[in-house]
Design a binder for this molecule. Structure first.
Ligand SMILES: Cc1ncc(C[n+]2csc(CCOP(=O)(O)OP(=O)(O)O)c2C)c(N)n1
Length: 356
C-alpha cells in the first residue's frame, strides 16, 4: 500500500477513541484505568531519566525508550498474572512495571550494577528473570514468539499448567521468518500465546509502505487461524479493554491471539536516532497523539482525578526515581579480576546457579 493510502486509512478524528460513559462509571474499571495510568506516568519518568543519563555519557550501551507506546505496554503487563510468561521488548517499560519488575532493575541493567538481573553484564535493555517467566529479550525482532511458545509447550509437556504468554513486538518483527514460525507453531499446538504488535509506523527508519502490502497487519491473524484484535495504541481505554480481553480469551480457550495496536513512535529508534525520517504529515494526525496526554485529558474530563492529583503522582514518581537511581549508582559493578566473564549458557552463570 502506498504511504498516502495508508495515511488515509488511519483514524482522522480523535473522537472515536473516547471512553464510553458507562465504562467510566464502573468502579473497578476506574481503578484499573488509574493504576495503568500511574504505571505509564512512572515509566515516562524512568525513561526520561534514562535518556538524560545516556546523553550525559553515563550509559555506555544504547538507550531505548517507549515514548508513545506506554498505553499498549501497560495493558500487556497488567493483563498478566504471576507465573505467566512475559517477553517484552525495548518499548515496554510501563508493561515491565505493571508485570511487577522493580524500577531499580532498569537502572541496574543500564548502569551495569552487579546486583541487577543481568549482573552488570548488559549495560542495555536485555534484562529478564527467565526462571520466573520473565524473558530477557533477544535483540530480536520475531524471535521471542518462538521462545515464549516453546516455554508454554515445555510446561505442557511436563504436565504443568501453562498459564498464558504475552510477547510484544514492533511491526518490523512481523516481516521476519521467526514471527511466522512462532505464531504458526502456537496456532498448530494450540498454545495461549498473545502476540501484541505495536505498529508504530516505522521499523527503525523503514515506513509501513516498504514493510508490508496488506491493508492491516491484523488481517494476518486469519491466515494463521488465530483471533485478531485491532487496537488504537494512543488510547489507554482501547488498549486496556482489548488487550486484557485478548489475554482473557487466551486463558479461557487456550488459543493464541494477535493484537495489532497502531500509534506513532514518539522518539527515535533509540536515543542515538533523531527520527528525521518521520513524515511530517503523520505528526499532525490522531495517530501521533501522546497516549499519556490522551489519558490525562480523559481523567480530567471524567473527573477520575484532578490536575493537582495528576501532578502530585508525577512528582511522587520523580522523587522515587531519584532516590532509586541514587542507590543504584552506589551499587558495586562486576569485578573482572574476581569473576569469570563468559556467556550465560556457561555452567555457573545460568540463572539460579550462582557462584560467580
Ligand atoms: C533479525 C534482525 N534483523 C535486523 C535487526 C536490526 N534491527 C533492530 S531493531 C530493527 C527495527 C525494528 O522495527 P520494529 O520491529 O518495527 O520495532 P520499532 O523499533 O519500530 O519499535 C532492526 C531492523 C535485528 N535486531 N534482528
Amino acid at each position: 500500500m502506498a504511504q498516502t493510502a495508508f495515511l488515509e486509512s488511519l483514524p482522522q478524528s480523535a473522537s472515536q477513541t473516547k471512553l464510553p460513559v458507562e465504562s467510566a462509571l464502573d468502579e473497578s474499571w476506574r481503578d484499573l484505568y488509574l493504576k495503568a495510568f500511574r504505571f505509564m506516568q512512572r515509566a515516562r519518568v524512568i525513561e526520561d531519566k534514562l535518556a538524560s543519563l545516556y546523553r550525559s555519557g553515563k550509559i555506555t550501551g544504547g538507550c531505548y525508550v517507549g515514548r508513545g507506546n506506554e498505553a499498549v505496554a501497560v495493558s500487556a503487563g497488567i493483563a498478566l498474572n504471576k507465573g505467566d510468561v512475559f517477553a517484552p521488548l525495548i518499548r515496554d517499560q510501563a508493561g515491565r512495571l505493571a508485570y511487577g519488575e522493580s524500577p531499580a532493575d532498569a537502572f541496574r541493567t543500564y548502569l551495569g550494577s552487579r546486583l541487577g538481573p543481568m549482573r552488570g553484564r548488559d549495560g542495555n535493555v536485555h534484562r529478564g528473570r527467565p526462571a520466573e517467566g520473565y524473558l530477557a529479550m533477544i535483540s530480536h525482532l520475531g524471535a521471542m514468539v518462538s521462545a515464549a511458545t516453546g516455554m508454554l509447550l515445555g510446561r505442557r509437556l511436563r504436565g504443568e499448567p501453562t498459564g498464558i504468554a504475552i510477547v510484544t513486538l514492533g511491526e518490523g518483527a512481523t516481516s521476519t521468518g521467526a514471527f511466522h514460525e512462532g505464531l504458526n507453531l502456537a496456532a498448530v499446538e494450540k498454545l495461549p500465546v498473545v502476540v501484541v504488535v505495536s505498529n508504530n509506523l516505522y521499523a527503525y527508519s523503514t515506513p509501513n509502505s516498504r514493510q508490508f502490502a496488506c491493508e492491516s497487519l491484523v488481517h494476518r491473524a486469519r491466515g494463521y487461524g488465530v483471533r485478531g484484535w485491532d487496537v488504537d495504541g494512543t488510547d489507554l481505554n482501547d488498549c486496556l479493554k482489548k488487550i486484557t480481553a485478548a489475554a482473557q480469551d487466551a486463558r479461557q480457550t487456550g488459543l493464541p491471539q494477535l493484537v495489532v495496536a497502531t500509534l506513532l513512535r514518539l522518539s527515535g529508534h533509540g536515543e542515538h536516532d533523531d527520527a528525521f525520517y518521520v513524515d511530517a504529515t503523520l505528526k499532525t494526525l490522531p495517530v501521533a497523539r501522546d497516549c499519556l496526554a490522551v489519558a490525562e485529558e480523559f481523567i480530567l474530563q471524567t473527573n477520575l482525578a484532578d490536575w493537582g492529583e495528576i501532578l502530585e503522582w508525577k512528582e511522587e514518581a520523580k522523587r522515587e526515581v531519584e532516590s532509586i537511581l541514587a542507590e543504584v549508582q552506589r551499587e558495586p559493578v562486576p569485578d573482572p579480576f574476581e569473576e569469570r566473564w563468559c556467556c550465560l549458557a556457561t555452567p555457573g552463570l545460568c540463572e539460579g546457579i550462582d557462584g560467580v
